[in-house]
Structures are given as structure tokens and as C-alpha cells.
Design a protein around this ligand. Structure first.
Ligand SMILES: Nc1ncnc2c1ncn2[C@@H]1O[C@H](COP(=O)(O)OP(=O)(O)OP(=O)(O)O)[C@@H](O)[C@H]1O
Ligand SMILES: [Mg+2]
Length: 303
């Protein structure tokens, strides 16, 4: 038999590979025809090898009949660029305070540098990716006013964080026509208001908004932690929508995790069936989540 020339451990390795493919089949059938919105985090995309494996995973999804839509972040890359230009930056509730000078840098880093890198990487692995700046006729935004509670007086006040927006309207036709053409949209998290001002929008929020508007089957938020960690820093592997609402305002949910949980909640209220917050630092995290028995990260289910 051909297999005889392999050592026992090599045989075991290939048998395991074959069984992995067989295990994936029911999941491939389950997801075929689905639209899946994937937020690719600024932290998760720092490593070249990881970004190549991410691109191959996206190409594979398309091959098995899934329509992936990618929204990318860029927090660390924007931070670095601002630093190199000596522009100081501040965060309120996990959101970057964005003045006139900052929004220019944000737009340049997101829509020019990062967006084209991802498009090129997916194209290099055979996927037909198309780059879209969110503010280029795709997402209509309005200015976001953040409410924060003063810890001493407990009084809520509204804080102006500049050109930070929230999505209001989506040009669905644009996205559905890309999907019909077999293209993979790669979207930068920006929006434009009616007066033509560009706004920086948290990428998780854009991903959740698009997932909700398109009634996507699934929302995947890739990040740089294993998922939602509880107060003892243990991974919460699965919670219901109701449980997610209950923990959203707990003290141990802070910084960038806040918009993530809230965005999952909002998307699921609009009909998205499942959301997962998962570790984008794990190679093939998307494939592990969608096509294996156990999945990874924190799954938020509708009941
Ligand atoms: N309870 C929690 N569980 C897990 N992470 C948490 C929690 N509370 C706060 N965090 C923070 O949230 C961070 C993830 O959000 P962050 O906005 O930094 O990354 P990202 O969204 O993946 O990237 P980007 O914003 O650049 O797109 C984690 O690195 C962690 O520090
Ligand atoms: Mg973030």
C-alpha cells in the first residue's frame, strides 16, 4: 500500500487531516449560501503570517459558498502614525477623540494603507477582493455624542469627541451587487454625514450595523484576546443575548470590549442569529470557529 512508506506518526498526521476535512463537511453545508460579516481587528492584523492565513481562510469561505464581508480596524496603526506626526490622542469609553487633524490621518491610514494591504493579500490568495471606503457612498453617519457618568456625582454628561460618528444608513445595493459579482468587500470603518463631513466609526460598530442591515447569518469580531473574559479573567465561551445585555455594563468590560459587546447585542436585536468574539491571533481562527465542532472565542446566541 502507498501509505506503507510513511512512518506511523506521519500516517496518524494525514489520517487526522482527512478526518478534519470530513468533520468540516456538515458545517460547510450549514454555512454555504450564508453572508458572514467579519471584523478584522487592528491588533489581530499586525503579523504578516497571520494576515496571510486570514486571507487564505477568507478565500476558502468564498470557495465553499459563503459570502464574507470584511470590515477592518486600525487602532494600533493609527496610533503609530499619529505618534510619528506628534499628534497626541485620547480615548473616551474606548473611542478615539478625533479632531480635524486626526480624521485626516485616520482616513489615510484606514482607507489607503490598511484597506489596500488587505485587498492585495486576499487577492494574492485567489479571492476577488474589492476595497471600499466606508465614507465613499456606503455608510451615512451622524455625529456620536458620548454620555459618561461622573464617578463622584453620578451625573451623566455628554462629551464631544469630535469626528466620531455612528452609522445611520447603509447603501445595501452596493454591497449586494459586489456579492452578486462574486466579490469580497473589504470596508474601512468611516462614514459621511449629509454635510459631507467624514467620521471615524468604531469598526466593531460598523461591522454590527452592516450585519444587522443585511440580516447576515453571523457576525465574527476578531480581536487580540481569547474572547470576553469574566471578572476572574476566565474566558466566557458561550452566553445568550440576555446574558450579554446583563454583563455589558459590568466593570470588567472596559475599553474596546464595550463597543464589541454592544454591537453584538444591537446586531442580534436586528436579526443576526449568532455573534462570536474570537482571538484573531490564532492562525485560521475563522475556519476553526465556523467549520469545527468546538468553535473558539465567546459565542453569543439568541437564546
Ligand atoms: N472583559 C474583557 N474581556 C476581554 N477583553 C477586554 C475586556 N475588557 C476590556 N478588554 C480589552 O478589549 C481589548 C480589545 O479591544 P480593542 O479595541 O483594543 O481591539 P480591537 O477592537 O481588536 O482592535 P481595533 O480597535 O484596532 O480594531 C482587549 O485587548 C482588552 O484589553
Ligand atoms: Mg476596537
Amino acid at each position: 500500500m502507498k501509505f506503507d512508506f510513511l512512518s506511523e506518526s506521519d500516517q496518524a498526521y494525514f489520517i487526522h487531516k482527512a478526518s478534519t476535512l470530513v468533520e468540516a463537511l456538515p458545517y460547510i453545508r450549514e454555512h454555504s449560501g450564508d453572508t458572514i460579516v467579519i471584523k478584522y481587528g487592528g491588533h489581530a492584523m499586525g503579523d504578516k503570517k497571520l494576515s496571510e492565513s486570514f486571507s487564505r481562510d477568507i478565500g476558502l469561505l468564498k470557495e465553499v459558498g459563503v459570502s464574507p464581508i470584511i470590515i477592518h480596524g486600525g487602532g494600533p496603526q493609527i496610533g503609530e502614525r499619529l505618534k510619528s506626526k506628534n499628534i497626541s490622542t485620547q480615548f473616551v469609553e474606548g473611542l478615539r477623540v478625533t479632531d480635524k487633524e486626526t480624521i485626516k490621518v485616520v482616513e489615510e491610514v484606514l482607507s489607503k494603507d490598511i484597506n489596500s494591504e488587505i485587498v492585495e493579500s486576499i487577492s494574492a490568495s485567489g479571492g476577488k477582493a474589492i476595497g471600499v471606503s466606508g465614507n465613499d457612498n456606503l455608510v451615512t453617519a451622524t455625529k456620536l455624542n458620548v454620555e459618561i457618568k461622573d464617578s463622584d456625582s453620578n451625573i451623566e454628561k455628554i462629551v464631544d469627541i469630535g469626528f466620531v460618528g455612528q452609522p445611520k444608513k447603509l447603501n445595501k445595493d452596493m454591497l449586494t451587487s459586489f456579492i452578486k459579482n462574486g466579490q469580497i468587500p473589504v470596508i474601512s470603518p468611516l462614514g459621511k454625514d449629509e454635510n459631507n463631513f467624514t467620521y471615524n466609526i468604531n469598526a466593531d460598530t460598523v461591522a454590527g450595523f452592516i450585519a444587522g442591515e443585511l440580516q447576515a447569518s453571523k457576525l465574527l469580531l476578531l480581536t487580540d484576546v481569547p474572547g470576553i473574559l469574566d471578572k476572574d479573567e476566565k474566558l466566557i465561551s458561550s452566553i445568550t443575548l440576555e446574558e450579554a445585555k446583563n454583563i455589558a455594563n459590568k466593570e470588567y468590560i472596559s475599553g474596546g470590549m464595550k463597543p464589541k459587546i454592544n454591537t453584538c447585542i444591537d446586531a442580534m436585536k436586528k436579526g443576526v442569529k449568532k455573534s462570536t468574539i474570537l482571538d484573531g491571533r490564532i492562525p485560521h481562527s475563522v475556519i476553526l470557529e465556523l467549520f469545527t465542532e468546538h468553535g473558539i472565542g465567546t459565542q453569543i446566541t439568541s437564546n
